[in-house]
Design a protein around this ligand. Structure first.
Ligand code: CA
Length: 490
């Protein structure tokens, strides 16, 4: 090789290097300008105290705790209803669900077109789609069974899970092919899982199965903006756990609590896999992860709401204040507690601002962008006032500042949550003026709402005859404990 040839080769190498650098700069720019991903990890009927970050002593949740410890813990985080269906409708639309008549859990009857989020409302997937997002839901839908109301017709590009409000956890119990095979109430817990609109067979403990699919979705979609809604049905009844997780809690004597702890532990492992996948895919810094439960701990699943009064289905704090945390490296400060009230309604309001999505033609949201508050750009509370209405029980509640009004039928109660975390001291007689102004605000809000848009959950299919009840998933045996040596491969 003569010197001219050598110079030419060096020149070619220089050009190649320059091109590689240029590509790297372009990639880096693309990533930094890419809209943030959103992952909502929702658990079901998990108690306020049943995470390490809220002081659980018997259940270990190291991966869920990372979301709070590497992000912000919301000590006053609320959902908009104390039961699954309406709470999820509020979360997904960012609007109080009573505005569109989602006042109770919907019937499972697939012939009723009104039994979910009406098509006049937009959920997060539908709002983000025009901005270039791909959306997936893994797990529990519960927002309607009519073919036009299912996830793939409601903005979700991918669905892996089930339509019902709860489900059996072991694959061999998924014996019904479809809702057409349901003869009795709660047999919908036995339907095979859906992948988009196709029924599929599974071989894992359900929580592990859902975690795997969440990880697979992230790996598939990591090169463009996505919204992933991981809606675990754990730790909702039936109480069923595999030996892998039960083995961690042999020291808990109460069998229900032990099984519940194992179910939460399975979710925690799943959260660990999800967070690890974000890191592996190089999208950790650009992904907002929000963790919360859809309502407070239930009476029937051995959950623990700590000092909070009441449970699922109550408008006391135990029904609507939930474990709630958000993590977004480089954007949300790590290890910070936020004590002002926030709501599940805020998640949609936050992502549309952060992703610069135009919602000017959409219906007004009830939530608030939380980022300026979390980052201390704004002081004060994201909400002057929050409302809850429970039509079926003639029950309502209002929170303003640290004041809380709870009215059951005709009996108003007032509490100062700053001094009375457990709502044990009714100070209504001393707070007549404040109560009056909160009632007035409630009536104004209520005047904007609709009545029930669809029949109640239990109105479809009859109860199983008692003689057939013992080995089936009817309401009576929902708390039956089942364990099995499964799900050991994750
Ligand atoms: Ca629930």
């Amino acid at each position: 090789m003569n010197s001219t040839q050598l110079k030419f080769i060096i020149f070619l190498l220089f050009i190649v290097t320059m091109n590689t650098n240029a590509t790297a700069i372009t990639d880096s720019k693309t990533i930094s300008e890419q809209k943030p991903n959103l992952i909502i990890i929702l658990t079901d009927d998990q108690g306020y105290k049943d995470v390490g970050f809220n002081g659980s002593t018997d259940i270990k949740t190291p991966h869920i705790d990372r979301i709070a410890n590497e992000g912000t813990r919301f000590t006053n985080g609320y959902v908009s209803y104390p039961v699954c269906g309406p709470s999820r409708a509020g979360l997904l639309t960012g609007r109080y669900q009573d505005r569109f008549g989602f006042t109770s859990n919907p019937t499972m009857d697939p012939t009723i077109t009104q039994n979910g989020i009406p098509t006049t409302e937009k959920n997060i997937a539908e709002v983000l789609k025009p901005a270039g997002y791909t959306s997936g839901i893994i797990g529990k839908w519960h927002m309607g069974t009519h073919p036009e109301l299912r996830p793939n017709k409601r903005g979700f590009d991918y669905f892996y899970g089930f339509l019902s409000g709860g489900h059996q956890y072991f694959p061999e119990d998924l014996t019904l092919n479809d809702l057409d095979d349901v003869k009795y109430k709660y047999d919908w817990y036995r339907t095979r899982l859906l992948e988009n609109e196709q029924r599929v067979d599974t071989d894992e403990y359900l929580t592990d199965e859902l975690s795997h699919e969440a990880v697979n979705f992230i790996k598939r979609e990591s090169d463009k903006p996505f919204f992933l809604y991981v809606a675990y049905n754990a730790p909702h009844t039936p109480l069923q756990a595999s030996e892998k997780y039960l083995a961690r809690y042999q020291h808990i004597k109460d069998k229900k609590r032990r099984t519940y702890a194992a179910m939460v532990s399975a979710v925690d492992d799943g959260v660990g896999h999800i967070l690890a996948t974000l890191k592996e895919q190089g999208i950790d810094d650009n992904t907002l992860v929000v963790f919360l439960s859809d309502n407070g701990g239930a009476r029937n699943n051995a959950s623990d709401n700590g000092e909070l009064r009441g449970h699922k289905n109550d408008l006391f704090e135990g029904g609507v204040r939930v474990p709630f945390a958000a993590r977004w490296p480089n954007r949300i400060p790590a290890g910070v507690d936020f004590h002002q009230p926030v709501s599940s309604l805020d998640i949609l309001a936050t992502i549309v601002v952060q992703a610069k999505v135009d919602i000017s033609k959409n219906k007004a949201l009830d939530g608030t962008d939380l980022m300026p508050y979390i980052t201390n750009e704004k002081s004060g509370s994201p909400h002057d006032i929050l409302f809850w209405r429970h039509v079926k029980s003639n029950y309502h509640a209002v929170r303003s500042g640290t004041d809380k009004l709870v009215q059951v039928k005709q009996n108003p109660m007032m509490f100062d949550l700053d001094k009375d975390f457990g709502e044990s001291n009714n100070i209504a007689e001393k707070q007549i003026e404040k109560e009056g102004s909160m009632q007035k605000a409630y009536l104004q809000w209520e005047s904007e709402l609709q009545g029930a848009a669809f029949p109640y959950l239990g109105s479809w299919k009859k109860n199983r005859p008692k003689s057939q009840g013992k080995n089936n998933s009817n309401k009576k045996n929902k708390t039956k404990i089942k364990t099995k040596n499964q799900g050991t491969n994750q």
